[in-house]
Design a protein around this ligand. Sequence first.
Ligand code: FES
Length: 162
Amino acid sequence: MVTEKTIELSEEEKFAKLDEIIEKNQGQEGILINVLHQAQQIFGHVARKVQLHIAEGLDIPFSKVYAVVSFYSLFSTDVRGRYTIEVCTGTACYVKGAEDILEKLKTELEIDPGETTDDGLFTLETTRCIGACGMAPIIKIGDNTHGRLEEDQIPDLLSKYE
Ligand code: FES
């Protein structure tokens, strides 16, 4: 997750921070994964230019960095919001109105699933059953789960995240 502190950094400052991390981790085992993980925390994603910067900093081929980023689903090459909203569209949630919840989120945020709001705050996604059907319909915002939601509650709920 992008922290409050890192999202305020300029791109130049983010790259400077990444350089510090690369420097600090030189020679350590699993350095590439570790650096990529921290880069994702700083930038919110690991875009091509971040991968190139890491390859150069670690003095390894870009193809090696790219291969790791492509292999592990935890790494994202797209710009991500500070919070990912996951709307469960599993059967129980669907029956309890997940579609209305999703529509309301799309309207409030003015984005479709897979997109990020212009202010960089939210990325909207749908997900399959997350195993809490008793609380349907459910959405997750970052690490927080919100259950038995009604669409009218969405604006208030979103306003708590900044
Ligand atoms: S269907 Fe949504 S939590 Fe199971």
